[in-house]
Ligand binder design. Structure first.
Ligand code: SF4
Ligand code: MSK
Length: 656
């Protein structure tokens, strides 16, 4: 059993955890205390890729190994520790890329069906983005009507996944120099399906046994995610559901309501959540809820499903990955739906301790013993209404005597899509990243960092995120977040314009004040890391900061990562030229050579590299040092020294 104040830095989460303890319900925090990570597997020293293994090849601890020992450190088939570590890492990339890409494929299928008029509940909401997308995909617009354009965009998107030859359609969105880097390194992605299948093939026993070759294909696979599957998901979701614009939302478990029907949407795909937003506001269902004694229907989200409906509709967010069980242990959740990714199997056990109805809604994401209602796009709203009705019916079963909703929510301003940042900075008629570039060049903004990824029960919930982000913004680094990182920042109050006054350095604060933005910008869900790629590309294209993403004073991080998707995201950041730091644990520590390849030698071919640092302050300092190195290379380091002097001078004058 873990101690409440040690499991999370967030008081609301601590209170909810104490309630779970009091109820005798085991949660992820207790399991993490009970189950220790395997020291052999965690460093990539275990191979189970065939029936002669598993083979364990750990390096000796606390001393250098002799050449003889090293020669013997192989699996039964002779695979070296390097091959084994590289294969394990590459398979994590493939796993993560497949999750994002399968998400993207589902969206493309729905988009195409909607464009053809085969399903009525999904429509084109952002026509301007559709036209832009069509042009980027090379669709001739001519005198075609919107429907024809949408069908062609849908068909081209779907065809991308299995593209056997050539280059992914969005590769040409990248800066020209980046494309050259990829072509030279031989990592231009074809379709994500092809790259993922090849990755699995290469890492089968007896195929690719050169760790460099494996790791270069890992880069190609990840690029097929970031500039392929994930980017398609983001683009089509925006066209169908609307491109996010700034909106205020609430975050944390305190969003649950004692006197309303509480429904939580958990997972990643926004199809059902979009329908649930409509269904939960349906007048007939609201009357039905009243007839059952509830004052209303309260829809909330968890994980990335939450991010999707928060940034498009301002729907409140109950929390991030480590808070999913705690939402149920409040005793206030009448129904929770889960679709795909990041939903714990333990939800079934936790829900069984309360009245909560747990429903799986995607055929790919079933949980043994849990009721399944398949979401069918053709009957999207009808199914959503059916689920809302079930939640209302279950409200009567709630034992209000067991309900404890921790007091505490925070406001967060969200919805900073790539387009929105463009408009906010440059204005509607001259949308541009130029003002951002100017503020980087003049030194008010030191650089930009993407802080993304999951929570991990091996470290205190939200601590690494919040500590790192505070360190960055204090040092005038503008932070972009996605996924669970966004909730961590929101829960501590870093996502309001006022946060800039309290936490940001002088330079960043002055820009946030002038534009009216928070120092930490919520850009979306996990697939929306593709927005960060587009933002970086726009910075290059608007000029003054070099020719390539690797020239920019930017860095990436996932200080609490746990999922394979995070590894794929990190890998495509690196392969796009971004210095990227991960915390908690590093999956190749058993092989110095593989680790060195990822941390140093990737830079030779890809101009980006990984780093690992568990301490979030030190990790932030690594990022800042990288940003400063890039500023120096661009010759803009002096401008920042001047601006700091100006600030100090100004303070002196203010004090006088
Ligand atoms: Fe062992 Fe080689 Fe089989 Fe892996 S592939 S389990 S190293 S024999
Ligand atoms: S939900 S992948 S825990 S960010 Fe996207 Fe959070 Fe990580 Fe899932």
């Amino acid at each position: 059993m873990a101690e409440a104040r040690k499991v999370s830095i967030d008081g609301v989460t601590q209170e909810a955890y104490e309630k779970a303890l009091g109820d005798g319900v085991e949660t992820v925090f207790d399991r993490a205390a009970r189950i220790k990570p395997c020291p052999i597997g965690s460093g990539g020293a275990c191979c189970k890729n065939c029936g002669m293994g598993p083979c364990r090849v750990p390096a000796p601890k606390n001393r250098e190994e002799t050449p003889e020992e090293r020669a013997k450190r192989t699996g039964v088939c002779g695979a070296t520790a390097e091959t084994i570590a590289a294969r394990n890492f590459a398979r994590m990339v493939a796993g993560g890329a497949s999750a994002h890409s399968d998400h993207g494929r589902g969206i493309a299928e729905t988009f195409l069906a909607a464009a053809k008029g085969e399903i009525k509940d999904f429509v084109i909401k952002d026509e301007q983005k559709l036209y832009q997308l069509a042009m980027d995909m090379g669709v001739e617009i001519g005198d075609k009507d919107l429907r024809e354009i949408a069908i062609e965009v849908g068909e081209r998107s779907l065809a991308e996944f299995g593209k056997q030859e050539g280059e992914g359609i969005f590769v040409k969105r990248a800066p020209l120099k980046r494309q050259e880097v990829w072509r030279r390194a031989g990592v231009v992605p074809r379709g994500p399906d092809r790259e993922i299948v090849e990755m699995m093939h290469r890492t089968h026993i007896g195929v690719d046994q050169d760790y460099e070759s494996i790791l270069m294909h890992a880069a190609r696979t990840a690029l097929g995610d970031g500039w392929g599957g994930s980017m398609i998901a983001t683009e089509l979701q925006d066209v169908m559901f609307g491109t996010p614009e700034p909106v205020v939302g609430l975050v944390n478990l305190g969003i649950l309501k004692r006197d309303e029907v509480n429904i939580i949407i958990h997972g990643h795909e926004p199809l059902l959540p979009e329908m649930m937003v409509i269904a939960s506001q349906d007048p007939e269902l609201l009357r039905y809820a009243e007839s059952k004694g509830a004052k209303g229907i309260n829809l909330g989200g968890l994980c990335c499903s939450a991010n999707e409906i928060l940034m498009r509709h301002g729907i409140p967010v109950a929390g991030n990955f480590l808070q999913q069980e705690l939402a149920i242990t409040t005793g206030a959740v009448d129904l929770m739906t889960v679709d795909v990714q990041c939903q714990m199997q333990s939800l079934r056990q936790v829900a069984s301790c309360y009245h909560t109805k747990l429903i799986t809604t995607d055929r790919r994401g079933k949980i043994e013993g849990v009721q399944h209602i398949q979401f069918e796009e053709e009957r999207g709203l009808e199914i959503a209404k059916e689920i809302v009705r079930m939640a209302i019916d279950n409200f009567a079963n709630r034992d209000q005597g067991r309900v404890v909703i921790p007091d505490g929510t925070k406001e967060m301003v969200v919805g900073f899509s790539h387009e929105t940042i463009n408009y906010l900075l440059g204005g509607m008629f001259r949308a541009s990243y130029r003002p951002l570039n100017d503020n980087i060049i003049n030194g008010r903004i030191r650089g930009v960092a993407g802080v993304v990824g999951c929570n991990n029960a091996r470290v205190q919930h939200n601590y690494n995120f919040v500590t790192m982000i505070k360190e960055l913004i204090k040092s005038d680094v503008l932070v972009l977040t996605t996924g669970c990182s966004s909730m961590a920042a929101g829960e501590i109050g870093l996502m309001t314009p006022e946060a800039a006054l309290e936490y940001a350095g002088d330079g960043l604060r002055s820009v946030c004040e002038a534009v009216g933005i928070p120092p930490v910008l919520h850009v979306g869900s996990c697939v929306d890391n593709s927005r960060i790629l587009m933002a970086a590309t726009a910075m290059v294209k608007d000029g003054g900061l070099g020719d390539d993403i690797s020239d920019l004073p930017v860095a990436g991080a996932a200080p609490e990562w746990m999922s394979e998707k995070a590894i794929s995201i990190g890998e495509y950041f690196v392969a796009s030229g971004v210095f990227t730091v991960f915390g908690v644990t590093w999956p190749t520590t058993n092989s110095e050579e593989v680790t060195r390849y990822l941390f140093e030698r990737y830079e030779d071919s890809l101009k980006g590299m990984w780093a690992f640092e568990q301490d979030p302050v030190k990790a932030a300092q690594l990022m800042i040092a990288h940003i400063d190195k890039k500023r120096k290379a661009l010759g803009i380091d002096k401008a920042r020294e001047r601006i700091l002097y100006d600030m100090a001078k100004r303070r002196e004058l203010d004090a006088a």
